[in-house]
Design a protein around this ligand. Sequence first.
Ligand code: GCB
Length: 949
Amino acid sequence: MKITARPHPRPLPSGRGVHSDDVGDVVWHPSPGGCGASSQRGTGVGSLLPRLCCLSFFLLLSLLTQSAIAQRVVQSVNSSWLFRKDEVGLEPAQAAAAKGWEAISLPHTWNAADVLDDEPGYYRGVGWYKKTLYVPAAWQQRRVYLYFEGANQEAEVYVNGQLAGRHAGGYTAFRVPISGLLKFSGQAPAATEVLVRLTNRHNPDIPPLSADFTFYGGIYRDVYLEAAAPVHFDLDNYASNGTFVTTPAVSAEAAEVVVAGALTNESVTARKVTVLTQLLDRDGRTVAKQQTALTLKAGEKRTFRQPLPRLHRPQLWSPDAPYLYRAVSQVLEGKQATLLDEVTNQVGLRWYRFDAAQGFFLNGKPLKLIGTNRHQDYPGLGNALPNALHERDVQLLKQLGGNFLRVSHYPQDPAVLQACDRLGILASVEIPIVNAITDSKSFFANCRTMQTEMIRQGYNHPSVIIWAYMNEVLLRLPAGIKRDNEPGKVYLRRVNRLAQELDSLTRREDPARYTMIVNHGDFELYQLAGLPAIAQLVGWNLYQGWYSGDLEGFPKFLDRHRQELPTKPLLVTEYGADSDVRLHSFQPQRFDKTSEYANRYHQFYLKAMLDRPFVAGSTVWNLAEFNSETRQEAVPHINNKSLLTGDRQPKDAYLFYQAHLVKTPFLKIGSRSWTLRAGQAAGPDSLFCRQPVEVYTNQPAVRLLLNGRDLGTRPAEFGVARFTVPFGAGLNQLRAQAQDLAVEDFADIEFQLLPTRLDSPQLPFTELNVSLGDARTFTDDKLHQVWVPEQAYTPGSWGYVGGQAYKQPGDRLPYGSDRDILGTAYDAIYETQRLGLSQFRLDLPDGEYEVVLHFAELEAAPQGEQLVYNLAGAGTGASTATSAPGRAFSVLVNGVDALPELSLDTYLRPLQANSFKVPVSARGGRGIIVEFKPGKGQPFLNGIQVKRL
Ligand code: GCB
């Protein structure tokens, strides 16, 4: 077990209140090898520990506990837990005695794998966690708590068989007092059984009710054991640290800092103590201090408020210079000033305001807020991320050049806001009221509690400037409710009521921050519900040119807001387009999920927002790809509207924003992950294929070289220099340079050049992979294969004869389907098909070939759960249900009845991937002819692969 004291300032410079034998910072391993593993930050016994190793373990233990008796101790307790699911509903005693536990450590979720399988849904039920804690005998005098940073979503904590506490809501921390339940005997540590019953079942009284992300179950953040002296800062205040820092007046000349909070005396006698707060600068020098004497009766809790002496010419906090002071607050007692408790808060001195016409101002200067949203999600880990990955995301946002994070759609790990404070990222945080509300007392009460927890837990982070509480709350009107019917009017009034309650609560709790409600693009509906009038800021999630309409709808919407809500500051809280890094198109279309369409979309949106000073800020949806179990996409269950892939590799759009936001010379060749390309030679005698390459830069012009040959210099327009590159077969080395050579970048691209005529002697045919009904290329890095889009057959070449590309009903997809195809990881290939074709021909030279034919019946009923992301307003929406027609056909390859029985009753089960490999001999100059003979309905083909043996 690892025992770690909470981050703690270095020793305070003024001798007061700190004893030379202070050991509050000890990191202690009581395991047999513990002596060597001990360490300490700062001075104190840390430097002595190696020498003390020769002392007996218990002598050391008693030394440590005696001198540290007063200080608060905090240990993470993440290791050595046991976990089991419970599908039968065990009582705690039964669960404790049950068999079948799995050894795990925290953070943990039980849904990391089942959200990715082909079965719709994931386990939403009860899970039990069990752990034995060893509590030192000396802690009998202390107040002991278990502190959970987050567990989704309803938790019951049992200690030694007794219920110690409950918590509802999966995204805020909670603290459970356990002192009374510990059983000590003599000087031995108390072995303490902790059992946690957790469920992530749907509960209509707990937000979120529905959302486009996965509600992973588990204790998915850190858990700590805390032991405080009987007199301590209030540990019973919505899992806050009991102290609250405000900066009521800050300017370049002076700053006021106030620390307020409460002290609790849980001892049986009255206590006279002093609360001393010292403000330290970055170098640890005390720049202000204040002390308050308090007498607390036994069992009393008392508040205190400490305005610190005004600071002159303070160091300000900003994205460019995130200067942090530290406010160290201590509880001291007696002549010796014995330290009873201590809390440190980071303090950033800044002031800010939003203006409806001019946007956002920080420290008196205009600052366009630009950044991203973020989910706590990582491939293979679900939501159970170690802190390092939370921090890395904030760093990636910083490297993007961003200055703003929308922590969506729920409060996240404390590591996120800590990183924002440190790196200079402003933040908006919200509770997860998403899509809809339940009109029940408990739902309203849970929302209020969550909002209070979020605010009190995050209050001391200088990065936070906005508290929000609703995301697209009118997206899913409950069954039977329409905007203009009677139940609809009642529902909108209830939503309005909840918004008012949360808004007043927030302004009461924290008058210094702004409040915000985030809406989807249905202007009228939100106006009808009266929501834009309630919060101080309006956030719009806008997807014109993605979910519906065209790009031009976006600036129109912004201008409409400016005109109709002239006093409301506006943020574009979401915008984005799917981009699957495997898919590329030279004629990008809305909803084709290619990087090229997403690039076009971001280039258009960013310009529109930069052109409008009244747009205070914007956050791309989303920093990285994330799991949304119900999504059916080119990669099922993954929402890939993002700047980074799941494993945090940059997509083009990330580079595009860097070109605009990074302040040092920047230049990067785009499509970094598209290092394996394919395409047809420009003509029968040509040995190259021209394809576009974009270079992202903040320099005025870019020169591009291919294998050392100068391809010319192009101006960068709005951050992008565009080239057409004649790729040859094999390795193509690109080198891009800014005009003054200040920056350059390289990319190695392997090109599979396909012959125009299949009998070409210069480019002998080796293989061809074609995605039918598709206008995109698909790069499969694993198999090192590129699938090219279909084309019509022309003599000497290859292609389909007849038919049309399949298109799922509805106005969304340009072609194909977005259903989850079962039994394959190549959904993107099976989601498109050519219907009604009569042949697929290849005029190949005589020889031996292998042909693989791929099929998936796309006309399938019933339609699965469809996302109702009708985000552009009323009227548009997801594709409608389709029904499977009767279908039967056979396939002949070079006259042989290779697949005689393809029908709904045989292999063509709806949405099931099926492939057939057929060896073929091409003879007599006739090449390969695949023929489709209809029996019932139209035949189809989804993909074909042909390889010369
Ligand atoms: C939204 C939602 C977000 C979704 C996103 C999308 O407006 O707020 O939760 O994930 O759209 O990708 O559809």
